[in-house]
Write a protein that binds this ligand. Structure first.
Ligand SMILES: Nc1ncnc2c1ncn2[C@@H]1O[C@H](COP(=O)(O)OP(=O)(O)OP(=O)(O)O)[C@@H](O)[C@H]1O
Length: 484
């Protein structure tokens, strides 16, 4: 490792209005090193990354990257970032996006061919199993594919020295995560400095050389990855809740099947037998399996009810994981975003009850620790805090069925534990929860889980049976129909 750090941050401060997003960060990153950044939602991680990429300058303090202290307009030379919220133009194709971010060195004429070649070469290098085509419109791609393009785009440049990955795996499936980290190790060996921001502490500990813990806008601890455990990181972030034991919840609440059916979705035949997904009042049902096997289509059928072939209550609420496209209402503040679904329930003879609305918002802001508060502009919130508002909006409604489409992307570990408990409490009140998660381990909080494969039901697991091993085994089941 070089003795002189490639990246040197000293006492960096950044404020937005009255919010002190960075309150004096000091950090070094060396060439050939992977440094992890962890911390609660709103701790300042993305702000630090934006400052490091030169997208925004600090109010005070210094940043030096590869000897450069004042970046030119395009940011620090050699520093590229894959953004948490995605930076791709949705209405353009994959190759057009690649061209736009490589305009400095890509030919200005006849660039379609080179841009397409670069896109495919890099996507295939990082994610060998991808099925993305250069002419695909980004808006038509599933979230996981968009994330892959975002990552590939960041690495396509001729002078990469520092690669910043801001929550890169939140929407990737297990296989793609593994491929990404293989690529990270490869470029690390080639001498790049990599900064990895993630809430997935296991991934951080397995990939990084050192881990920096951020709290309230500062780096409060830095550990060699081999010297700290998940619990240690959790504690350093300022944790109050212990990491939950696997299967704890599912075993405690094993379902007896005596309650009324509230949701029924006919599914395709498997081995000559009709199959369906059924949920009862008070049940938490998981839609498991490898990402992209039809789980989101099931939620879409329940939410839009276009074909009239599903049974589900009209009082349905939906929590999207893709908050940029279908989640936040950007011109409204937190309170308005949160209470919109509850207005009619809280109104009295058609007249809004402002006090009740305020109380409801205050309760949710407090319960989920939404940093920024009720009056903040939603777009000024950190990614994880925006996601909490969308979750709160669904649970604050009067819906009796809640559809969760990978809802906790970017939410920090402590809040996730609170949310798992919330789901359980709401189910006990009689709500039905249908939950898709790209994180297999989350399915262990369900009463039952249907494992989907190629749009079909490959199997059903109950309570303590919902383990990683069983879900993976079912995902690769050798049923003739499923392997076709
Ligand atoms: N453009 C902005 N305008 C106003 N406030 C902002 C802006 N960007 C960030 N903030 C505030 O700065 C603080 C730090 O936000 P940041 O996005 O850096 O957190 P984070 O650690 O990345 O969180 P997450 O884990 O949720 O992504 C938050 O309180 C956030 O509301």
């Amino acid at each position: 490792m070089d003795s002189r750090p490639l990246v040197q941050v000293r006492q960096a401060v950044k404020t937005y209005g009255s919010t002190r997003a960075l309150s004096g960060v000091t950090l070094d990153v060396h060439s050939g090193e992977v440094v992890g950044i962890v911390g609660h939602n709103g701790a300042g991680k993305s702000t630090l990354m934006r400052v490091l990429s030169g997208l925004e300058g600090p109010d005070s303090g210094t940043i030096e990257i590869d000897g450069v202290t004042t970046p030119p307009g395009s940011g620090y030379p050699g520093v590229r970032m894959a953004y948490q919220e995605g930076s791709l133009a949705l209405e353009l194709t994959v190759k057009e996006n690649i061209f736009l971010s490589s305009a400095g060195w890509m030919p200005r004429w006849r660039w379609h061919g080179p841009a397409a070649e670069q896109a495919i070469a890099r996507l295939s290098e990082i994610f060998p199993n991808h099925s993305i085509r250069p002419a695909d419109y980004v808006d038509d791609l599933p979230l996981a594919d968009r994330q892959m393009v975002e990552i590939a785009r960041a690495t396509i440049t001729d002078d990469l020295r520092v690669l910043i990955l801001d929550e890169p795996t939140e929407s990737l499936s297990g296989g793609a995560v593994e491929h990404l980290y293989n690529y990270v190790r490869k470029v690390q060996d080639a001498g790049l400095a990599i900064i990895l921001v993630s809430h997935r502490l296991k991934e951080i500990l397995s990939v990084c050389d050192r881990v920096a813990v951020m709290k309230d806008g500062a780096v409060v601890k830095i550990y060699p990855a081999g010297d700290v455990s998940e619990q240690g990181l959790f504690d350093a972030m300022g944790g109050e809740v212990a990491v939950e034991e696997k299967n704890d919840v599912a075993e405690k609440y094993a379902f007896d099947g005596s309650r009324p059916v509230t949701v029924r979705i006919p599914m395709a035949m498997v081995d000559g037998r009709p199959t369906e997904i059924v949920a009862c009042e008070g049940e938490v049902i998981g839609l498991a399996g490898i990402a992209g096997q039809g789980q989101e289509k099931v939620l879409d059928r329940l939410w839009h009810r276009k074909r009239g072939d599903v049974e589900v209550s009209d009082k349905c609420a939906y929590v999207p994981g893709d908050r940029q496209r279908s989640g936040i209402l950007p011109i409204w503040n937190v309170a308005e975003n949160l209470s919109i679904t509850a207005l009619s329930r809280l109104a009295k003879r058609g007249i809004r009850q402002i006090d009740k609305e305020k109380l409801l918002v205050a309760e949710w802001v407090d319960l989920l620790n939404i940093r920024g508060g009720a009056e903040a502009e939603i777009t000024g919130l950190s990614g994880g805090n925006q996601q909490k508002v969308i979750v709160a909006r669904a649970f604050a409604s009067e819906a009796d069925t809640i559809l969760l489409d990978d809802p906790f992307r970017g939410v920090d570990v402590h809040t996730k534990v609170e949310l798992y408990q919330l789901i359980r409490t709401e189910a006990e009140k009689g709500r039905t929860i249908i939950w898709y998660s790209s994180e297999n381990s989350e399915m262990q909080h369900c009463d039952r889980a249907y494992v989907l494969r190629a749009g079909r039901v490959a199997g059903e697991l109950h309570g303590a049976e919902i383990t990683d091993e069983r879900m993976i085994a079912m995902s690769f089941a050798e049923s003739e129909e499923l392997t076709r």
